[in-house]
Design a protein around this ligand. Sequence first.
Ligand code: FAD
Length: 539
Amino acid sequence: MHKVHLKKIAVIAGAGPAGLTAALELLRRSDIKPIVYEADSEVGGISKTITYRGNRMDLGGHRFFSKSDWVMRWWQEILPVAADQTPADGPLRINYQRRSRDWVPETAAPASADAVMLVRKRLSRIFYRRRYFDYPLTLNAATLNNLGILEALQIGLSYFRAQMAPRSPEHSLEDFFINRFGNRLYHTFFKDYTEKVWGVRCQEISAEWGAQRIKGLSVAKAIGHAIARPFRNLTLATQEHIETSLIDRFLYPKYGPGQMWEEVARHVTARGGDIHRSHRIVGIERGGDSVRAVDVLDISANSVQRVPCDYFVSTMPVRSLVEFLRPEDSHLLRIAEALPYRDFMTVGLLLRRMNSPAGSRNGRPGMPPDNGMPPDNWIYVQEPEVRIGRLQVFNNWSPALVADPGTIWLGLEYFCREGDDLWSMEDGRFIDFAAAELETIGLIDRRDVIDGTLVRVPKAYPAYFGAYREFDTVRAYLDRFPNLYPVGRNGMHRYNNQDHSMLAAKSAVGSILDGGHGKTDIWRINAEDDYHEEIDTPS
Ligand SMILES: Cc1cc2nc3c(=O)[nH]c(=O)nc-3n(C[C@H](O)[C@H](O)[C@H](O)COP(=O)(O)OP(=O)(O)OC[C@H]3O[C@@H](n4cnc5c(N)ncnc54)[C@H](O)[C@@H]3O)c2cc1C
């Protein structure tokens, strides 16, 4: 009699970078069959690209960079770099948030190909008092001119006052900022933006959180440099180092980040993996400390099916995972339910032209010089009277994101909370409101708006305050399940970039293939890294 060889099944919740990496790695390295369920109708998770009437939106602006060679190679195997993007001689220096590496593309594709990555140069500035400030902020003639000499003096004085009489003990993030930068600079550049981003007053965020995150606070570093520069005896070499580090470069798929994940999804299905879009995991069947099956809702058919599995890789929010596991310990359940998130909305706005306020440097090579489009990839909006946080200029990420090169395609980004006044606003009203905000601060004239669309991104940011303080209890509980692998950004409640989520997925596959060894090491990924997507400050 023939022995029937049944493949083992790994059910994967979510087709974002983590879920798709896990699926492809399982297929490459084992004969375990991945079955991916994705609640959304598209793959890519937060890293997907939304297409609206031929124009493509990147939710947040996703730079592709990693310290990990493995990740850099992996991406290029899927999308090679276009031949005209790299220097003919020698390596390309890629910089990302003051990290830098020399890098030689693995393969090059014809410059005219569509399935390629571009090498982009980053420019982002701060928009404050209707003027552009360098980002990171530098104490140069332009900054002093923008601030006014009186304001600059007051900032300096307030900084010295904070140094002479620091707040002690440091309880809150406000104390933390003021002790380092002075009251005036805190109120000018930190307070409003931090509160806009996280939706919590700086007095209510712990000082430890600041200490933990300060490495990632790019403007904090920049302002630190700016303040320290006149007072420290900087050598020329150090200054040179600072200048070079400001020239950031990164990789970017020609059609936005979603292109990468759509390609990966194609590889997964071509190798025999299953990806079910519009299928949400709504329940888990446990057998003691093991996941036996998941309940999957087919959203279009409105029917639920039970799917048995040998392994369960979850990239869904920890909150949902714990709820589905139904722990006996009600305290644990309460922690998971209370884990904080920050949500995100972005308005795609198509324009004929923009205004050029004072202090602007407009015109990127190859772009029409007279339509007022700023050369930035994104702009941090610090103006206190508007609620917009950042402005993306999609044309400058990749010209291929824009259907008509004569138009300007913007992303107006708002940090909010699911259900708050912004989130609940009707789409059309919100688009009008967002356009009116840009008009208020003088960047556009609403008569130049051609079209607009709105995208809501729930749980865009897992936050590190509130119930997160007790996250270790949740983690210890999840670690009890040998065949359960929580990975990814919301999957681990970790402030991940794509590469961190991918590395966690890679480790999960390694552990599955190694009989569960190294499972707890997955939590070490991105525990200390300080290069995240920028949001904390004007970043
Ligand atoms: C504004 C912003 C800017 C960013 N910039 C960068 C950047 O410059 N560079 C960078 O590398 N990263 C950046 N990131 C981070 C990047 O978006 C994430 O790290 C990445 O998408 C995380 O991948 P993931 O697979 O872990 O999670 P996600 O992308 O969140 O994917 C999880 C998927 O699971 C699905 N899901 C959830 N629950 C269920 C369920 N019950 N059943 C089925 N499916 C479910 C979701 O629909 C989603 O598709 C940025 C993020 C934001 C918000």
